[in-house]
Write a protein that binds this ligand. Structure first.
Ligand code: HEM
Length: 317
């Protein structure tokens, strides 16, 4: 939201709590409704019932989503308050002045909503999976913390420029995305033309789902595939293996670079600043929930306390 519309919905500088709540609700409703199978996929003759059950709700959510994004577009157009800073919507409105037929409000709404919908849950769920894996593998957590202490020290927080010098942190993110790719079946694709694959005729318009989750756990590709072992990614060892949490080809996720940087910064800061422990002796539950974006079935609860050396820095923030 910061980059798109100059807004902040979390932390002390949050702009408006009611708006923040709406933002979360709109994204959650849209992803819940867009996830999973529909009755008409299995029983096409029940199309009418499906319409009654889902399509009407989906249309209502789309209306809400559009109204929500139109509000921040209008605010930026009027130059209200904090919205005067440089934002993606601001730049697009600048282009609209020059080419109104091309850069319509509908286009600006779609671009903003695609980025918000695609970039929010994916990144936050990956951080939650990573923290859960680290709590179940304390040796990896300790190794990541040692790396951060050597490279960054304890006088300042991890910064974007540090990420290339933190290869173990990067390996943890890769290993998390391998075991728990948050878009496990990729986004549905459709064949644009009739084609033949391995002797099978694929008609035009066939839906293609890619089981990224299964590919990432294929024992023919990965040694001990169900084990959490970030070391397999150290020194470019797994470069040629089939890691595709962001999809593949021309429609591959355009947010990959941003996602890796945001996840590395958030995870790196959590590791650098806090001591983490599981609640009780049980391992963190790792069952996957359903949905187009794969969240944990049971949300992570953990104990944490500031690392004594980091307290002065945290107090000064
Ligand atoms: C861990 C984080 C993320 C993962 C695992 C992820 C994964 C994916 C996947 C699998 C796709 C579908 C690619 C395909 O069609 O084959 C996708 C599409 C997309 N992602 Fe991401 N994504 C992440 C973060 C982000 C972020 C941070 C943004 C931007 C802010 C973003 C923006 C998009 C957009 C706009 C698309 C649609 C692209 C298109 O249809 O052409 N994603 N992402």
């Amino acid at each position: 939201m910061g980059m798109i519309a100059g807004k902040r919905y979390y932390g002390e500088e949050a702009n408006d709590w009611e708006e923040a709540r709406q933002f979360r609700q709109v994204l959650e409703d849209a992803s819940t409704l867009a996830s999973g199978s529909r009755l008409k996929d299995f029983f096409p003759w029940l199309r009418f019932l499906d319409f009654m059950l889902v399509s009407r709700r989906l249309k209502a959510v789309v209306r809400e989503r559009n109204a929500f994004s139109q509000r921040f577009i209008d605010e930026i157009r009027k130059g209200v308050g904090a919205q005067k800073k440089k934002t993606m919507v601001g730049d697009l409105l600048g282009l609209q002045d020059r080419e109104p037929g091309e850069y319509t409000d509908a286009l600006i709404r779609s671009l903003s909503l695609s980025l918000l919908q695609a970039g929010t849950d994916t990144s936050s769920n990956t951080i939650e999976w990573a923290m859960s894996l680290l709590l179940n593998n304390p040796h990896a957590l300790a190794k990541a913390r040692d790396e951060i202490d050597v490279v960054v020290g304890r006088d300042r927080l991890v910064e974007e420029a540090d990420i290339p010098d933190l290869p173990y942190l990067r390996a943890i993110i890769n290993e998390t995305l391998r075991l728990y790719p948050v878009v496990p079946l990729d986004v549905p694709h459709e064949s644009a033309i009739e084609c033949f694959i391995d002797g099978y005729k694929i008609p035009r318009g066939t839906m293609l789902l890619i089981n990224i989750y299964a590919i990432h756990r294929d024992p023919n590709i990965w040694k001990d595939p169900t084990e959490f072992r970030p070391e397999r990614f150290e020194n470019g060892k797994a470069e040629r293996l089939c890691l595709l949490p962001f999809g593949i080809g021309r429609r591959k996720c355009p947010g990959e670079g941003l996602a890796i940087r945001m996840i590395a910064l958030a995870l790196g800061t959590l590791i650098q600043c806090f001591e983490w422990e599981r609640i009780g002796t049980q391992e963190v539950e790792m069952t996957e929930g359903a949905g187009i974006v794969m969240a944990k079935a049971v949300r992570l609860d953990a104990m944490y306390r500031p690392r004594p050396d980091m307290v002065p820095l945290l107090v000064g923030l």
